[in-house]
Design a protein around this ligand. Sequence first.
Ligand code: WT7
Length: 651
Amino acid sequence: MVDDKQFDTLLQEKRVFRPSRDFSKQAHITSMAQYREMYEESIKRPSRFWTKVANNFHWFKKWGKVLEWSEPHAKWFVGGETNISYNCLDRHLTTWRKNKAAIIWEGEPGDSRILTYQELHREVCKFANAMRSVGIRKGDRVIIYMPQTPEAAIAMLACARIGAPHSVVFAGFSANSLRDRIDDCRAKAVLTADGGFRRGNIVPLKKNADEACKGAKSIKKMIVLRRTGNKVTMKRGRDHWYHDLMENASTDCPAARLDSEHPLYILYTSGTTGKPKGIMHTTGGYMCGTYLTSKYVFDLKDEDTYWCTADIGWVTGHSYIIYGPLLNGATSVMYEGAPNHPDPGRFWDIVEKYNINIFYTAPTAIRAFMKWGDDHPNGRDLSSLRLLGTVGEPINPEAWMWYHKVIGGERCPIVDTWWQTETGAIMITPLPGATPTKPGTATLPFFGIVPDVVTKDGVSVGPEGGGLLVVRKPWPSMLRTIWGDDARYKKQYWSDVQGCYFTGDGARRDKDGYVWIMGRVDDVINISGHRLGTMEVESALVANPDVAEAACVGIPHEIKGECIAAFVTMKGANRKNDKLEKKLKEWVVKEIGAIARPDYMRFTDALPKTRSGKIMRRLLRDIASGADQVGDTTTLEDISVLQSLQQYQDE
Ligand code: WT7
């Protein structure tokens, strides 16, 4: 149960940025009036609205009802039959897009490939047949544990083609994490590679997969892509090389007719505690949601070269590298490696090389770029960019302004998109040709989405009030359940606030109705009865010109209930430094008020983060409160960060 937390907001952001007339003129949605009108229709007549969207696609069989809702279970386009792989690929082959670039791929070592829609279609058909040739069938779960290569995209689309739900496991995860996921969904096959490149090193994917599959009874097959050329052992009868299977595979593979509610994929996401949850998405509704958000949020046009920097092991990669863009017939750029390899200018080299027009990344990356210095972006030609996006966590206004100025040249609108693995598609977001933006807010709901900020009893809080962020109505791309654990699905999302989907986030709505995400409700700090979102104190710290990144947590305090411990990464050296500590504490007092003065401050080279770049405050809380043992670290990206923080503690 969540408790009825309210957030007190102390930071005030006053800047407003309106879309330029030139941008609005050419945009899909050109004004707030148009947004409001379409939003109204989407809420008042959802069946009509979503029917129009679904009619963009090929359906083998037309649906009956648009929505069947029995809380908390939704069925969209009931009885309809379609195939998302067909709609991403085949549908474009009878148009001029046949020879348009579908995927532009850049490898970390500097190799690159371009696949047109026709070529991608051919590879997907062949690989679908290859999978069938080793016994993979409709309904079988297939784990994809591959580097970010075109073959990973091909694998996803091939699974979708034959109706075998995929579960992509981020290539940075260990054998143990992979094993947990294999067991949870009882996967029949693992698709992997000999290795993957990461910052010039080779990640031994096949070796990890072998370890993970030891004794995993469900696994019958492993298909191995040759990527890095390192030596691997192949288990006879179980393992096959990707290229061997592809050699004789036929290019003829009609897409399977699948029920609109056929499971498309399972994607594991870490809860704050306990084992990862297998979020299950299905076909028809997810297709409509990712298609429509890609089109309107990114103002996607046929001429655009669009780059989402996420990893396909993350929902952003599913919805906004693969499915959403390809459903729109767009050109989607995919990069294999790290943003700072071989140097911190790599992303900007890619923007320059491919003349990227739309660029979508995470606040954590933006803060890293700020730290690495303006010279890297300034030394490249970024003039092709016309639109920027962010996702993953609240973006602090300081980082927003830097993104706006240094990357966007003050000409590109920024779409700060709020959504979750569970929501499948973007939920709260500006529309770039219409919505005036303010640094730090995801602004207003997308079509068909009814968010609200409420008390625990489900009562909406008024303007400027803080509360729990919920969604009041089902939406097409919503998760359908947690794989194998429907009871957990109900408890996790549908029991805290009656009749609503509870997001787990705290939020505030300003007088214009804009939603400001305050972070996970578990991250609230309660100082002498004042509830502060960690975000605010972090924002204040990062607003100091010498600070690169900050994470704040609440730890128990005799008098105040809780007090603030701040972990800070400086742009320069990160040593213990009493003078600096004092200066920064005063800075926070000046920015927010004495209530927010951190009691403890630690300087560190890096913060513990999940693979998707979220700060793991739970671990910091353990460290700051001096716990001997920190909690579950399986989703931590780099364990050494934690070790160095613990040493610091011992000094
Ligand atoms: C949580 C979901 C959706 C893909 C990325 C992460 C936070 C996400 C924003 C944003 C403020 C954000 C929320 C949310 N979050 N986007 N624009 N502003 N917070 O997916 O791992 O499922 O995490 O990320 O706390 O609940 P995820």
